[in-house]
Design a protein around this ligand. Sequence first.
Ligand SMILES: Cc1cc2nc3c(=O)[nH]c(=O)nc-3n(C[C@H](O)[C@H](O)[C@H](O)COP(=O)(O)OP(=O)(O)OC[C@H]3O[C@@H](n4cnc5c(N)ncnc54)[C@H](O)[C@@H]3O)c2cc1C
Length: 456
Amino acid sequence: MKKIVIIGGVAAGAKAAAKAKRLLPEAEINLYTDDTHVSYSSCGMPYYIEGNFDDYKMLLVRSPEEFEAQGIHIHLRHRAAKIIPYCKQVLIEDLESKKAALVDYDKLIIATGARAFVPPIKNANLPNVFTLRKIEDAIAIKEKALSSKHATIVGGGYIGIELLEAFVKQNLYVTLVEYSPNIMSIFDDDMSELILNQLNSINNGKFEILTSNLVTEFSGDTNGVNGVRTSTGKYFDTDFVVVCTGVVPNVDIAREAGIVLSETGAIKVNEKMETSECDIYACGDCVDENLLISNTRIWLPLGSNANKEGRCAAMNACGFEDNFYGVLGSAVTRCLGFTMSMTGLSVKKAKQLGFEPIFASVTKYDKVGYMPDVNNITLKLIADKTTRQLIGGQAVGVGDADKRINTLTSALLAKLTVDEFLNNDLTYAPPYSPTIDPLLNAAQILQNKLNNQAED
Ligand SMILES: Cc1cc2nc3c(=O)[nH]c(=O)nc-3n(C[C@H](O)[C@H](O)[C@H](O)COP(=O)(O)OP(=O)(O)OC[C@H]3O[C@@H](n4cnc5c(N)ncnc54)[C@H](O)[C@@H]3O)c2cc1C
């Protein structure tokens, strides 16, 4: 009987376990995680904090008991301390009993994910300074939020702005502090500025976004944090802080086992999710990806990628060939009614990678203007000047921005030129789109630009 051992069990590990059992019902599958929960939706945690649902258990996708009923053994609070590839063994520590044991594997899947990165801020270890990565974090943050008046968020990326919405909806006053001049700086500067302006335009005195401010120090005592100081000399009181300044991949155990890491710092895998060591696979936030547009490595720690990679790792570990060729860099989020979505390369990233980007931006209704729920979206479509190939797009607005980006992903995957894309037969009816969809409108303008014609 094949012994499959999986380390980590949130998205990638849990997916790999379930898939492996379906493929090889006779296999002995053991999943070890140092976490107190398995198979949960980290992505849903901001919406739990926001109060969309009260019971955190709604975030749990599958319980250990459900896994067990399928013949998958889940070992919570068990840390994999060492991988010994030449013996095909893993040293597992039981975090409760403090006992350790060696476990044999035929195939090993590493799904150790990522952890929050906290920059050097003085007194960052005060009580009520949180990061958000695990379910316990979400529970503690929500509990604190419900008894507080002022929340501080450090970092204006995806998680920071999702929490901005969550805390505003919980009737807290929120200060979001961001080091760079813009929030959501993964977008191009013009789009980031738009996001900031749009958020500020609906700000009803409920929050403040401080850009170009580096948090240098928290003040407080054993009762907890009570103030924040920034590089520009600002100081303000707060009841608690959530630091959302990014994540780093959990690769220590892989590195110590001699597994090759990529230049991004994550574990290097091929399209079968194989690592440099025989019979060891890796998937999820601990690995990096091939960026399909440029065939360069990129680390995109996203749940969408983790699930696909977990499935692919399980397929290959079980002897069924499967390939995960890479990612486009598609992402979406929402803050206070605004959708922000992107795929492919931004103009700034395209330039870094040696493309010659050319773009068109439009601000249009998302459906016909007489419809009662019509809203604007701003859409930026990017192509390479030489090849005319579409290489990226970004959309922001109260209107349906995400639909346009999801349409564009297929075009990027198929490496369509702007000219080919203009043949796209998109649906039209007044509740869904104007007669010419904003996406096609942007493509027309882009084609004109490429042909050096006047915009129309
Ligand atoms: C607040 C938040 C919102 C998000 N929203 C989105 C979203 O909207 N869309 C999206 O695509 N992505 C989103 N993400 C990202 C997404 O949640 C992650 O990409 C996904 O959880 C990655 O899954 P994973 O299994 O690879 O890693 P993780 O979720 O990091 O899980 C790894 C697990 O392995 C355990 N582990 C680590 N080392 C060991 C060891 N040595 N021994 C045993 N166990 C170990 C860890 O404790 C952890 O439980 C969000 C993340 C957060 C935190």
